[in-house]
Design a protein around this ligand. Structure first.
Ligand code: SAH
Length: 471
């Protein structure tokens, strides 16, 4: 992080603005609305600045800047159109250990004025570090659209009711639950409409209704194949509510970073060191956390119900009477196929698709190899990369054409994605040659022929094999 975001209480503090034009006017307005005492120095001063700062506390000096103008100020803004002067102001301010913002050139100063969306008391501030002002404008437009005009009323409502909740609900988890419920209730709607008193009456009712007993909940969430943008809205919402997050090695760091900031994040995937959580340990952790009222997000790669042992985990919860919700995710087959440009079905090439585990005993009893020779279907093997030669041998043995096309998608949908293609009789050697590791998905069938025409996602992946691991 190049800058520390910070909100300053600048009320009644002296701030210097060097410059008196349109740009200075914008900065003066901001300082004024935050309650600062503003000193403006510029040979020419915009008439709107004069009007705004007509009050005696503020100071307007219609002359050129002098270093003494910085005496007793807390913050300096250089807003002239003269780059050299801005630089000089910035140097003086730095010598005096003051924070200085230089408009249009954040690098020269040591403070950046962020873009803001003001729904006071809720203020959203963001910055591109001065690198992409247009991007900042887009972000602002988006946020302006998302945050209702009266959004600040919600915070106002919460502020007015806060002490009552603290004194009546001692347990911090229950308090958090109260506010989660409150913010999704009709009380919020009333507050957004401006009826703060009506909102408060409803909050009181809600507080009264809260039962003493509180059991948590478990959210079994499919986090998709890797690209964080493939998360569902629901996944994201519940990830941001959970108090505890248990996540696997298939869940990327970028996705884990989207969980609530103060949640306990517990990695339960395979460890580089010797301790691995057993399935039983994970199950009982979920039950134990939920029993003390925590909301637990169990984050799994892809879809929890596709080779994800989601069913087993939920059985334990059901037996312990712990409430749960299931959020489906995009499974590796869908994600990898899309990002590799390989449709899993296609009217001309494949009328069905099978998802098969490649982590198996390789006897005919466990998997029906005989059913796989039909060329009008697509076969997708999960967890098969370390058994690829065995899989291909079995396929050929049971009648699959050795020339059937095969694609391997390594870390599909992520910046590390690599796709290797071959045929059933060549792909095992190709994978060995490139030392392809898990997680990789194997797609077999004539649909693979479409890849060259439809591929669209080609991340630069020189560092492909060096992604940091979670443990
Ligand atoms: N529940 C998961 C699958 C878990 S099994 C899902 O629905 O996707 C683990 C296997 O999934 C891996 O061995 C690999 O075959 C596949 N897999 C998961 N994510 C992948 C990815 N991003 N790229 C390639 N294969 C992936």
């Amino acid at each position: 992080m190049d800058y520390l975001p910070l909100f300053l209480d600048i009320r009644n503090q002296q701030c210097l603005v060097v410059g008196g034009g349109e740009v200075a006017l914008r900065k003066v307005r901001l300082l004024y609305s935050a309650g600062a005492v503003v000193r403006v120095v510029s040979p020419l001063i915009h008439k709107d600045i004069e009007t705004l700062l007509a009050n005696a506390d503020h100071q307007l000096y219609a002359r050129t800047y002098q270093p003494e103008d910085m005496d007793d100020v807390k913050l300096v803004i250089a807003a002239t159109s003269d780059g050299e002067l801005n630089l000089k102001v910035s140097q003086h301010a730095r010598q005096k250990n003051l924070f200085v913002n230089v408009v249009d050139d954040g690098q020269v100063g040591n403070a950046i004025m962020p873009s803001i969306v003001d729904r006071s008391p809720v203020i959203t501030a963001f910055s591109t570090g001065g690198k992409a002002p247009v991007m900042a404008r887009h972000m602002r437009q988006t946020l302006e659209g998302i945050l209702p005009a009266n959004y600040g009323n919600l915070a106002e409502m919460a502020g007015r009711f806060r002490h009552r909740v603290i004194s009546e609900v001692k347990d911090i988890n229950r308090r958090r639950q109260f506010w989660e419920d409150a913010l999704q209730s009709i009380a919020s709607e009333k507050a957004l409409r401006g009826d703060l008193e009506g909102a408060e009456r409803l909050l009181e009712q809600l507080l009264y209704d809260m039962s003493d007993e509180m059991v948590g909940e478990v959210y079994l969430i499919g986090a998709g194949p890797g690209d964080p943008e493939l998360l569902t809205f629901k996944a994201l919402r519940l990830m941001q509510q959970a108090d505890v997050v248990l996540y696997d090695n298939l869940v990327s760091k970028e996705i884990v970073d989207l969980c609530r900031r103060d949640a306990d994040l517990i990695y339960v995937g395979k460890r580089c060191s010797n301790h691995t959580f057993t399935q039983e340990e994970i199950n009982s952790m979920m039950v134990d956390f939920a029993k003390v009222g925590k909301r637990v997000a169990r984050l799994k790669g892809g879809d929890p119900f596709i080779f994800g042992r989601g069913g087993e985990e939920l059985e334990t919860l059901a037996e312990a009477n712990i409430p749960f919700q299931i959020v489906p995710g995009i499974t590796a087959a869908s994600g990898c196929a899309s990002y590799a440009g390989i449709p899993l079905t296609h009217r001309d090439y494949a009328q069905s698709a099978q998802f098969i585990t490649g982590h198996c005993k390789f006897d005919a009893d466990e998997i029906d190899w005989d059913k796989m020779k039909d060329p009008r279907q697509t076969l997708v093997f999960y967890m098969g990369i370390n058994n690829l030669d065995k899989i291909c041998n079995m396929l050929i043995k049971f009648g699959t054409e050795p020339e059937r096309p095969v694609a391997i998608v390594y870390k599909g949908t992520t910046a590390y994605q690599r796709v290797f293609t071959g045929t059933v009789d060549t792909i095992a050697d190709i994978a060995k040659e490139h030392k392809v590791k898990p997680p990789s998905l194997i797609i077999i069938g004539n649909v693979v022929k479409l890849k060259d025409k439809l591929e669209w996602f080609n991340p630069v992946s020189d560092s492909a094999l060096h992604e940091p691991c979670h443990c």
